[in-house]
Design a binder for this molecule. Structure first.
Ligand code: 9G3
Length: 585
């Protein structure tokens, strides 16, 4: 066989793709199952994986797309260590904030370190030493680096590993509006990255969580198995994580008189549906009351329209609490004097804040718990019968809700896998670590930061989660380990083998990444493996087709089978691949 001196020879028989038939029993999600079965990854320890050659090829493909777009956006690549000194984390205050998720250890001199779970501290330390003047900014540094977070329950393979590859970037600007510009550049780069991968995704408004900062967007690959719920407007560009999604303000004018409050017996009727049915009213005409506790024992009562769901994160953020917990029966009894199931804001035994959803403001003549076993009120109205400390948006939006931003759209609901997250950080880390610069007047100023992450392995896993069938992975061409394969039907037939080798070499010369399945196996075995590992284009060379001057080309994603003339097959395939890889200017 002719061996090109310049290229690598990708013979299936000499490569290493340990595929398996059996679905591994400990793999809960399909991407994990398929990555194991396709011989892309193997587990070394809980949440820690070897990237086998095929898996690494996909990872590298994606990393390179990320690098190209980071470079295009003006970010500069560097590499930071995975071992980080405790002192920096003590300076930022995060050494004590994080618990066991931060893997800590000591060196031989007893100095404390951690395995880096992220690099805000390290990059800010570098920048504070090197950046002196406003002239040196804007700056944006990125790396593709291995992180470690000691998750309690690592699962789903590369989707939630303890060790994982992240592209993280950090921007440094003179002020908030310059930082907004850096953020926008990264946002646009992320849009290009996931578009180039051919993924169905949404950029959604997100909660900033513990990292701090003023605003953030998550990039979500849509997949039914996704852990996040997201909504997007069917008319405008509004999209948000359900944790964050704003509920529309629907105002309703009172169209009937306030009726007198009345206590009614509701024996053993505890849930909203039971009470509503028993009293013959719609759940929309009831108010549900819940008591929540902070980690230091503060209590609040939350009020919602009966058919609505509380968004705990919205309530927690509204209250500014570190944690929000369901109150215990004892805590509930202490402020209401009632067992669960009959709670309400009228006649509390202890004064606690009552936070009501904005929708409650326009409710009247409704059913409420009476803080007494087997008792409810009918015809309750806020303002007249009970006081509300504050009305706020604390409900979880639902599919079909009106869009909070435009006046014609409805919200659609999706499930998504978070593959990227961009944050406006402000000065949280630069202030803590004293990262400053001298402005045009020679005055010392704090640097404004942003940080931007992409889960590399997680994106490849999410792509599989979104693109697979019962036979295996259906890789989008840009992140497929190989663009195509050449399968010789009968390796013992010299004419077939010679033709297959010719095509293989011609494809390589044309710059196509091709895997030559030269194994001495039945065609069925080869087809199964090709489907499992997700090769986008399969070229089958057999004696019957050759007699007519044709080869068979099968497209993995559509199942389409074409008989292409031998003479033009390399050009046609080259064009298909170029079209799939083309990035918009
Ligand atoms: C920790 C541990 C876990 C963590 C963090 C720190 C999450 C932590 C948030 C981020 C935010 C950004 C850089 C790229 C973009 C995202 N889990 N986060 O900071 F110590 Cl144990 O990592 N980081």
């Amino acid at each position: 066989m002719k061996v090109p001196v310049w290229g690598c020879v990708m013979l299936y028989s000499r490569y290493f793709i340990p595929t398996t038939k059996e679905t591994p029993s400990d793999a809960e999600v399909v991407s994990h199952q398929l990555m194991l079965r396709a011989g892309m990854i193997r587990k070394l320890a809980s949440g820690i994986y070897n990237y086998l050659p095929l898996g690494l090829r996909s990872i590298r493909k994606f990393e390179n797309i990320v690098r190209e777009e980071m470079n295009r956006a003006g970010a500069i690549e560097m590499l930071m260590p995975s071992v980080q000194p405790a002192e920096l984390w003590q300076e930022s205050g995060r050494w004590s904030f994080y618990g066991k998720e931060l893997l800590r250890f000591k060196d031989r001199k007893d100095a404390e370190f951690c395995m880096g779970p992220t690099h805000e501290e390290v990059i800010t330390d570098m920048v504070r030493r090197e950046i002196k003047s406003y002239r040196q900014m804007p700056l944006n540094f990125y790396q593709v680096q291995t992180k470690f977070r000691d998750e309690i329950r690592p699962r789903f393979g590369l989707m939630r590993g303890r060790e994982f590859i992240m592209k993280d970037a950090y921007s440094f600007d003179v002020d908030s509006s310059a930082a907004d510009l850096s953020y926008e550049k990264m946002f646009n780069a992320y849009m290009r990255i996931f578009e180039r991968c051919g993924l169905n995704f949404r950029a959604v408004e997100a909660d900033t969580g513990s990292i701090g900062g003023s605003s953030s967007h998550e990039f979500m690959v849509l997949a039914d198995s996704g852990e996040d719920a997201i909504v997007s407007c069917d008319a405008c560009r509004y999209a948000a994580n359900i944790e964050k999604a704003e509920s529309p303000l629907f105002t309703r004018t009172r169209d009937e008189e306030l009726k007198p409050l009345q206590k009614v017996s509701t024996p053993d009727k505890k849930t909203i549906n039971e009470v509503a049915e028993f009293l013959g009213v719609a759940p929309e005409e009831t108010i549900k009351s819940m008591v929540y506790a902070s980690d230091n024992g503060d209590l609040v009562m939350a009020l919602l329209r009966g058919d609505h769901e509380l968004n705990e994160l919205k309530l927690k953020n509204h209250l500014g609490w570190d944690e929000i917990l369901m109150a215990s029966e004892e805590q509930i009894f202490a402020c209401t004097g009632s067992p669960v199931g009959y709670l309400g804001p009228i006649g509390l035994t202890k004064e606690i804040p009552v936070i009501a959803d904005r929708v409650v403001q326009n409710m009247f003549n409704v059913v409420l718990g009476a803080n007494e076993k087997d008792q409810h009120y009918t015809n309750g109205s806020p303002g007249r019968d009970f006081e509300v400390t504050c009305f706020a948006d604390i409900r979880t939006v639902e599919a079909g809700d009106a869009c909070p931003r435009c006046d014609s759209g409805k919200l659609e609901m999706w499930r998504g896998i978070e593959v990227g997250h961009v944050f406006k950080l402000g000065t949280k880390y630069s202030k803590a670590l004293n990262a400053t610069y001298l402005d045009t007047n020679g005055k010392e100023q704090i640097i404004f930061m942003g940080c931007y992450g992409i889960g590399i392995g997680r994106t490849v896993a999410a792509a599989i989660e979104q693109n697979h069938d019962e036979n295996g992975i259906i890789f989008p061409i840009p992140i497929a380990p190989f663009h195509c394969s050449v399968v010789a039907v009968n390796t013992k037939d010299a004419t077939v083998m010679a033709a297959a080798e010719d095509i293989y070499h011609a494809l390589e010369r044309a710059g196509v990444e091709v895997l030559f399945d030269d194994r001495d196996e039945r065609p069925g075995v080869k087809f199964k493996d090709n489907d499992l590992i997700g090769i986008p284009i399969r070229i089958v060379v057999g004696s019957k087709g050759l007699a007519e001057g044709n080869v068979e080309v099968k497209i993995r994603s559509t199942g389409e089978v074409l008989a292409l003339p031998l003479a033009g097959v390399v050009t046609s395939i080259g064009q298909m691949i170029d079209a799939a890889l083309a990035a918009k200017e």
